[in-house]
Write a protein that binds this ligand. Sequence first.
Ligand SMILES: [Zn+2]
Ligand SMILES: [Zn+2]
Length: 145
Amino acid sequence: MNCEICGVKEPAVLALLPIPKEDGSLNTIVCEKCLEKSTAYCQKHRQIHLGFADGTTVCPHCVDEMKARTRHLAESLQDRIRQVSKPDEFEEVSEHVKGASYIMNWSADEALHHFLITKAMRAKLDTEKILSIIIKERLPLLLIN
Ligand SMILES: [Zn+2]
Ligand SMILES: [Zn+2]
């Protein structure tokens, strides 16, 4: 197989990046050089990003680091989100929270914090900034989309 970015033939290392292709497939096969240059690869953690349906990606270790740095934002997060949500919106957010809480053994606040950080990093926005948008504009569903 050849690198789908630079076209090099039969490279020793091939990696699967979460970059959608024009043919509709969700991944791109790349050589080591293209991997390290890709925006879907974290140099710091030597880690391929997680990909999302909208084409954005994020490094899971960078998410963990940002969570540790912004732990204070997790406090009462569920209550803050509830206050700005319509009932059906809050229910939709809660369904996502339940799934993540169950798998990762997180509290609802911790799960929402995780969604918040992931969203901020995918959107390349400051975490406090995206939280203030969600609260002020009453857009709780931003957290899970
Ligand atoms: Zn390549
Ligand atoms: Zn990283």
